[in-house]
Design a protein around this ligand. Structure first.
Ligand code: NAP
Length: 282
């Protein structure tokens, strides 16, 4: 009996992490699939560290075009990919994977791209070259933000992290434009900073607040927080009360999904209010 051939099977992509139940990426990509009427699915895939390599390698054979990769696999994915983009190499982590026709695995990192696009969309007058940037935190997200800000031409980047050593490692990697500031001097480093970014997990639901005063910030400064649950963090509330321009972190999540969706489903998707509402579950 001859094998039945399917003309056009649905396009498949997903997000791989552990745990994965909290991920908002299925809402994000699901909204776009419906909006553009694409015959495709975006599936949350729970893969423990022990199963990660075998799991990823099985996906192209199951028909997956690619996947997003999230905690705790972003760094391991860098080693597993056959090739990686310059920005993924610089950030030291992969969040977007494409399985190519020749069987190879391509890794990219779109977090920095998402960060910049979010700033451009919600603070159109923001100019990264207008003055120093202050980045709070030196974890995985900070790497993406620092490389993106330097890529946009920021000439002075002040970096403060609770564990100074982690900030120093990033400063050594990213070069002389990055100056390490003691965590307990971060309030002083707000003085003159035109771009102020919280990349720590402080302010997230269930976490303590980020207690750094913005009183010394220039009136024209733009303040953003990568935390998006809650959408308006106490840090952003403080910035708004001082009359500073504020950008919440949800748009970064939405924009970072664009390049992957375009590669897997052959459609450049738009980030609009409808998408924000869908991802917020409204
Ligand atoms: P991570 O690698 O675990 O880094 C966590 C950072 O928070 C570190 O700098 C850590 O400082 C700091 N921190 C944690 N608890 C602290 C405390 N009590 N006091 C002072 N600093 C503290 O995490 P990540 O992946 O960078 O993510 C950081 C945040 O960004 C999370 O809330 C995540 O949800 C958010 N995020 C958002 C987006 C988006 O699209 N909007 C994308 C990525 C991440 P130490 O080095 O001293 O531990």
């Amino acid at each position: 009996m001859s094998e039945v051939k399917e003309d056009k099977p649905p396009l498949l992509a997903g997000v791989v992490g552990f745990p994965i139940g909290h991920s908002r990426s299925p809402l994000l990509h699901g909204y776009w699939l419906k909006r553009y009427g694409i015959n495709g699915f975006y599936i949350p895939l729970s893969l423990s560290t022990a199963d990660f390599v075998a799991g990823i390698r099985s996906l192209p054979r199951l028909g997956f075009k690619g996947v997003n990769v999230t905690i705790p696999h972003k760094v391991s994915m860098l080693g597993l990919a056959d090739s990686v983009s310059d920005r993924a190499a610089l950030i030291g982590a992969v969040n977007t994977v494409t399985f190519k026709e020749d069987g190879s695995i391509r890794g990219d990192n779109t977090d920095g791209y998402g960060f910049i696009q979010n700033m451009r969309q919600h603070a159109p007058n923001w100019d990264p070259r207008s003055g120093p940037a202050l980045v709070l935190g030196a974890g995985g997200a900070a790497r993406a933000v620092i490389s993106a800000l330097l890529g946009e031409g920021v000439t002075e980047l002040r970096l403060a992290n609770r564990t100074r050593q982690r900030a120093q490692i990033l400063a050594d990697q990213f070069g002389a434009k990055v100056q390490v500031i003691d965590w307990n001097r971060a309030t002083d480093a707000v003085d003159g900073a035109m771009t102020i970014v919280n990349t720590t997990s402080l302010g997230m639901q269930g976490q303590p607040e980020l207690n750094i005063s913005l009183d010394l910030a220039p009136k024209a400064a733009t303040v953003t927080d990568l935390v998006y649950a809650p959408l308006v963090t106490p840090f952003l509330e403080q910035a708004s009360a001082l009359g500073l321009k504020v950008v919440d972190g949800l748009g970064m999540l939405l924009h970072q999904g664009v390049p992957g969706f375009e590669m897997w489903f052959d459609q450049r998707p738009e980030v609009d209010e409808g998408l924000r509402m869908a991802v917020l579950g409204k």
